[in-house]
Design a protein around this ligand. Structure first.
Ligand code: PEP
Ligand code: MN
Length: 341
């Protein structure tokens, strides 16, 4: 349920509604704009409806929400959420952020080369997997803590914040120590214990869409994080499973445009995992900007042919900077600006 307060409702009026809701055992989440406050209510439907809040001073309207998510919805917060990326970047609300780096962290030299190139080309963040979710248990599983340290060092040298995947909830504290943004991979999108935990950890979360997840399931997963008090969630469209096998997945660009109307959270596109083919990464990156994306996650490797993971979809450094150059006029055309300091 959403309680829409009248324009310039007083602090006392808002507090009174919150007090009644809390007395009834419900949670009240406030979204305060310049003139309007909206209260998102989570609790037992019957009990909350019985409060008949419509008649209270300062209350304009009470909306019964039928969707399975509330806090992530644009109805609750009409303005775009802006998520800070470390101390140097931002995404959302017109800030367009590119996250670039290898699929997996392999060595200090590799990370240093990519971090420098990413920063030079105007990327806002360094990405790289230290804990890798691999389909085969015999494939390279990542360097773990050592990888996190390598990435941190390279990122600090280049002045970039770090985004990396937390694969297991037991590693959440460790990853939070080394990373600025915690990535939840497609395979973990509905790991609800993990989402609950990341809702409490005080680091922005990049939530990737599950391989066969609907937009409603993606938004409901994000709702877990917000419900636990963390409002800094970035959604990522990374392609979904369809009958088409030419590309690794099928990039749902209509889903990106739809998400921008359904939610206030920033939305990024990962054209690398969506296509699985490096020749399609730049065209899909450009299409993503025009579809309304707030950013991109792109796999970049100094020597893709020797990459331990996802070489065929990785851009080399030259191709990445060429892509970035071609992207910038479109970012401007879309009314956005680079999300870097
Ligand atoms: C990744 O970004 O490193 C990754 C494993 O992607 P996904 O979870 O989308 O498959
Ligand atoms: Mn990858």
């Amino acid at each position: 349920m959403l309680v829409i307060m009248r324009d310039h409702a007083s602090r006392e009026e808002i507090d009174h509604v919150v007090e009644l809701l809390e007395e009834a055992g419900a949670q009240a989440h406030l979204s305060g704009g310049e003139v309007k406050t909206i209260i998102g209510v989570i609790g037992d439907r019957e009990v909350v409806y019985a409060l008949e809040l419509e008649g209270l001073p300062g209350v304009e309207e009470v909306i019964r929400v039928l969707k399975p998510y509330k806090l992530v919805s644009r109805d609750f917060r009409p303005e775009d959420t802006v998520v800070r990326l470390g101390s140097t970047g931002a995404i959302g609300g017109g800030a367009f952020a590119v996250m670039a780096g290898p699929c997996s962290v392999e060595s200090p030299e590799q990370m240093r080369a990519v971090a420098r190139a990413a920063a030079d080309a105007g990327a806002a963040m360094l990405r790289g997997g230290a804990y890798k979710p691999r389909s085969s248990p015999y494939a390279f599983q990542g360097l773990g803590l050592e990888g996190l340290k390598m990435m941190r060092e390279a990122a600090d040298e280049a002045g970039l914040p770090v985004v990396t995947e937390v694969l297991d909830v037991r590693d959440a504290e460790t990853v939070a120590e080394w990373a600025d943004v915690m990535q939840v991979g497609a395979r973990n999108m509905q790991n609800f214990m993990m989402l609950d935990e990341l809702g409490k950890i005080g680091r922005p979360v990049l939530l990737k869409r599950g391989l066969s997840a609907t937009l409603e399931e993606l938004l409901s997963a994000a709702e877990y994080v917000l419900k636990n008090g963390n409002r800094d969630v970035i959604l990522c469209e990374r392609g979904i499973r369809t009958f088409e096998t030419y590309t690794r997945n099928t990039l749902d660009l209509a889903g990106v445009a739809a998400l921008k109307t359904l939610t206030h959270l920033p939305v990024v596109v990962d054209p690398s995992h969506a296509t699985g083919r490096r020749d399609l990464v730049a065209p899909m990156a450009r299409a993503s900007v025009m579809a309304g994306a707030d950013g991109l996650m792109v796999e970049v490797h100094p020597d893709p042919e020797r990459a331990k993971c996802d070489g065929p979809q990785s851009l080399d450094i030259l191709a990445f900077s060429a892509m970035m150059e071609s992207l910038m006029p479109l970012v401007e055309f879309a009314g956005k600006r680079p999300g870097v300091a």
